[in-house]
Ligand binder design. Sequence first.
Ligand code: SF4
Length: 757
Amino acid sequence: MIDYKNGDLIITNHNKNKILKQLSKEKKLVNLKFKTVKQFKSLLLGSYDDKAIYYLVKKYNYKYSVAKLLLDNFYFNKKLKQELEENNLIIKEKTNYNRIIIDNYIKLDPFILDMIKDKEIIYKKNSQNDYKHKVYEFNTIEEEVNFICIEISKLLKKTNINKIKLVNVTSEYKIVLKRMFAFYNIPINLKIDKDIYGTSQVQDFIKNLKTTKNIEESLNNIEDGEIKNTIISVCNKYINFPDFEVVLYCIIENLKNYKIKEKAKNNAIKIINIDEIDDDYYFILGFNQGVLPHIYKDEDYLSDSEKSNLGIFTSIEKNKFEKEKIIEILKNNKNITLTYKLKSTFDNFYKSNLIEELNLEIIKPTIDEFNYSNKYNKYLLTKKLDNLIKYNEKDYVLELLYSNYKDMPYLKYDNKYTKIDNNLLYKYLDNKLLLSYSSVDSYFRCSFRYYLSSILKIDKYDNTFMTFIGNLFHYILSICFKDNFDFEITFNDYLKENEFNNQEKFFIDKLKNDLKYIIKLIKRQDTYSSLNNTLYEQKIFVNKDSNIKVTFMGIIDKLKYEKINNKTIVAIIDYKTGNPIINIDNTIYGIEMQLPIYLYLSNNSNLENVEFAGFYLQKIINGNINYKKNIDYEKELDKLYRLEGFSNSDINLLNKIDSNYINSNVIKGMKVSSNGFYAYSKVLNNDQIKKLIDIVDTKIEEARDNILNSNFDINPKKIGNNLKGCEFCKFKDICFKKEEDVVNLDEASYLDFLGGE
Ligand code: SF4
């Protein structure tokens, strides 16, 4: 037993808490300092932070990983060390200590020991036991884990779950452990950390940062609090560095390696490092050759011969210590179960050579315990049935399980959605739900489609060339009417850092001219409007809270308005890169409500007493115009880019968006004769517009209530002969839709539900 004294410095990688607990048990008050081996080396040699990485990347154009590798070894690179010192890039920590106490199984390199030779060093001693353990051999990793599940199930009858630990859990085990522990209902903390780089939030942030060059602005659109906080903490490291391009590169490289830690459950099996083995129950998995003990190779930045000259342990010495450490741990700890497998999904394995060296008994258990998990038994039965059908293999397990689970559905599939518990859904949603035009549209087309795309989020975001072009057009059109806008600079800046093939380059050149023309044309169209204020890319949030926080969110590309007395006259224009859908007949079914939703959003914006002059979609990318003799090409283009949608039948309001409404060049189909509007002119009166907004509100609430009630049945809507629900649905291969799932709806006309002629 060590008698700890004030000012002792303890080098331990994993046992700080254990030592503190022991002292508190003994009611001993001493001032101790703890360092891991890595921290202790930094204390002696100095360390570095992101400032040094930035410095090397900027000065030498090193890759981030190369800069890190050099910095990890700077102490042995005289030139680099000197340069870092001259630039104040080495961090020196001052810590006073009297004695150094080194935890069991820790070996400090000779050059480190040389640096502390004037200090008193105390090595913790191992106990001198000689426990012998049985080793269990399994053919497959799944059989190995199944055995562990059964043994833990037995153990749980006599001990607390927090006293059972898994050791040596390599990545290939995690997925099998997750599946098998779920079969046996055994909670486990698997430490599966979440990569964030591939998430759409991080990708959007990077894209926005490249364009705005402003971290704060680029963070605005990120909803997920955890991801946002992670990005903020990464960015904070670089906030004061001047070269934006280097900062951007370092932020991206940091985000590539950043993982969000899985929250640990209380009362669950824990995975620990082998050095932490103490007096609980331990299952050491994968006792295989090359895995335990781990084998070090001569492949570090410093070679073995350099290490030997510098007083650092070589790979050969490290392998010797590793082996001695494992032997010590096994001999000195009682409750250890050792297992190994001969095969995993991708590899074959051999038993660890320590088994023979320690003369451990190998047991090859047969599968004969089926009392602990019905789920696993059924799963095993399906595997056995597969083998019978495919390879005519039959064994006693198959017969035994089949006689017990005769009614189990095999090769049968029920496509029906099984209702989830509402509280479970709220927890999954973190008690907040965000709705938008597309999510509500998807819900009403088919609830299961919404469930797959917006709840499970299984459709990956495809960043195609066309989405890139769409974003580029929207971005330019949102800023091109500002003073000092420079088309060439903005356009070229947006393209920077993207690579295009020749076909795409050709297309971009063509579209660049089209975009210039559209800007000119929109300016011309605007001369007909007296609405002299314009808002671009207006993000509007509408509170629709219910059992949990619910927000409806939408963005209006362009909102023109004018305040007259206490009213605000508004015209809405949304840019479309594809074909605009201006049909509002299906609004009554909650489908294709895009245009009505813009009314709803404007009505819920900060603008007061809104009255609508009109609401439109405007194409911004067109196909080519076919050659015809004697046509005026520009006139044809102007026709293609006209506003498409609905205007107010009150001509005083309509006049505000198009003073030439009598025979309009701005609004498609708008024409007035002495008898009134032409039949094909799309007009609505104020009452109809109000009804439309009310319907949208009702439909949003209907979608919200159904979603919060976990109603996600497969129910694609067929309107007349048109299977609207499944249009462009990516989940056809998943849902196994049947004819009886289809919900038939009558064709509707907006004039019927809004009233009018
Ligand atoms: S294919 Fe049709 S039925 Fe299947 S999920 Fe998509 S919309 Fe629903």
